[in-house]
Design a protein around this ligand. Structure first.
Ligand SMILES: *Cc1c(COP(=O)(O)O)cnc(C)c1O
Length: 377
């Protein structure tokens, strides 16, 4: 059986990248590795659209965000977090664990944070040292207008603009320097098309300066060390060598495609899959669609367990379910990373075949047709 992954992390890995990672291991202090890391650093700056440091950490995306909390702040500092899903919630819990004072802006699942909401929170908490927002909330498939939010934060405060870009980078427009972002984190198993295990943290000069006064305990995740090593195209500790070799190959592919084309491709695939699911009568979950993942309400009478089992065991397709209150109520289809139009046709075909088997009534082929039409219009 051919297995296909349609989850928002891990995402499929291109064959050429897998082959690179299978090559014999090299030493991370060899000049050969130095060359690779130098190219990775340069291409990461292209990916984030920045001339400032983007450091590579050996950990998952969550570790990347943790490094920002411990490296930037001191106990008792106030930060504002917009929480509209599982990941927003994590950026409430994590800084609390470190003794930070967290102002939580709760947002209904499926809706994005608004500039007005952030502006009001900053007026109420002028002491806030940073605002954390999730660019693409993976649990709800919802995008946030980071550009507009960064503008409001910059105009009304000195707070750092901190972005969880873990499923946004490589799917949504991100102009780190132009938009005045201070911190943006992503992970390797999302838009970067390699297996889990690396985090990438882009840092502004303001963020780097802020680190000098931070007193939270830190060692492995001390971004001052990471930035210092970055200046010499090195890492403080043994990095995940094979993953860095993999991401080098993946970044070369991304550079060749061109960042604007990548953003446009994600938008096109997202629109295609949305056209397909709505054509067969399914309802979309989010008001503000992410280009990385599309959450869809399960139709009445279709049971998630059965639906998911058929997809997985009969057709080899893995998708993501709903989380928390939406477990068993929604499912999530990913189009983040190494996908093209034909993958979307495959996904909707599998969906149609499975829904039919689950007894959902619709005309077979309607979804497939809508997907194709959306691509050739
Ligand atoms: C996947 C994800 C994370 C967590 O990253 P891990 O690599 O699982 O630690 C954080 N935020 C968002 C938006 C994600 O999609």
């Amino acid at each position: 059986m051919k297995k296909r992954l349609f989850t928002p992390g891990p995402t499929p890995v291109p064959e050429t990248v897998m082959l690179k990672m299978a090559e014999p291991i090299i030493h991370h202090r060899n000049p050969e590795f130095g060359e690779i890391l130098t190219r990775v650093h340069q291409n990461l700056q292209y990916l984030f659209q920045t001339t400032q440091p983007v450091v590579v950490l050996t950990c998952s995306g969550t570790g990347g965000v943790e490094s920002t909390f411990v490296s930037l702040f001191s106990p008792g500092d106030t930060i504002i977090t917009a929480n509209g899903g599982k990941f927003g919630e994590r950026w409430v819990k994590m800084p609390k664990a470190y003794g930070l004072n967290v102002v939580e802006l709760k947002i209904e699942w499926g809706k994005g944070a608004t500039p007005e909401m952030i502006k009001a929170a900053l007026a109420e908490h002028p002491e806030a040292k940073a605002v954390y927002v999730v660019h693409s909330e993976t649990s709800t498939g919802t995008a946030t207008d980071v550009k507009a939010i960064a503008k409001v934060i910059r105009e009304h405060s000195n707070a750092l603009v901190c972005v969880d870009g873990i499923t946004a980078v490589g799917a949504h427009e991100m102009k780190f320097d132009e938009w005045g972002i201070d911190v943006c984190v992503t992970g390797s198993q999302k838009g970067l098309m390699i297996p889990p295990g690396l985090a990438f943290v882009a840092l502004s000069q303001r963020a780097i300066e802020k680190m000098e006064t931070s007193t939270l305990p830190k060692f492995y995740f001390d971004l001052r060390r990471a930035v210092k090593s970055w200046q010499g195209n090195d890492t403080p500790w043994t990095p995940a060598v094979s993953l860095i070799i993999g991401v080098d190959a993946a970044l070369v592919m991304l550079k060749e495609e061109g960042i604007e084309n990548i953003w446009a491709r994600h938008e096109k695939l997202a629109n295609g899959i949305r056209a397909g699911v709505t054509a067969i009568g399914l309802k979309l979950f989010s008001d503000s669609a992410s280009f990385a993942v599309t959450p869809v309400w399960l139709p009445e009478g279709v049971e998630w367990k059965k639906f998911n089992k058929i997809l997985k065991s009969k057709y080899g397709i893995t998708i993501a379910g709903g989380q928390d209150d939406y477990a068993g109520k929604i499912f999530r289809l990913s189009h983040l990373g190494y996908y093209d139009e034909f993958d979307m046709v495959t996904m909707i075909t599998a969906l149609e075949m499975t829904l039919k088997e689950c007894g959902y009534a619709f005309e077979v082929g309607t979804g497939v047709q809508a997907v194709i039409k959306s691509f050739i219009k």
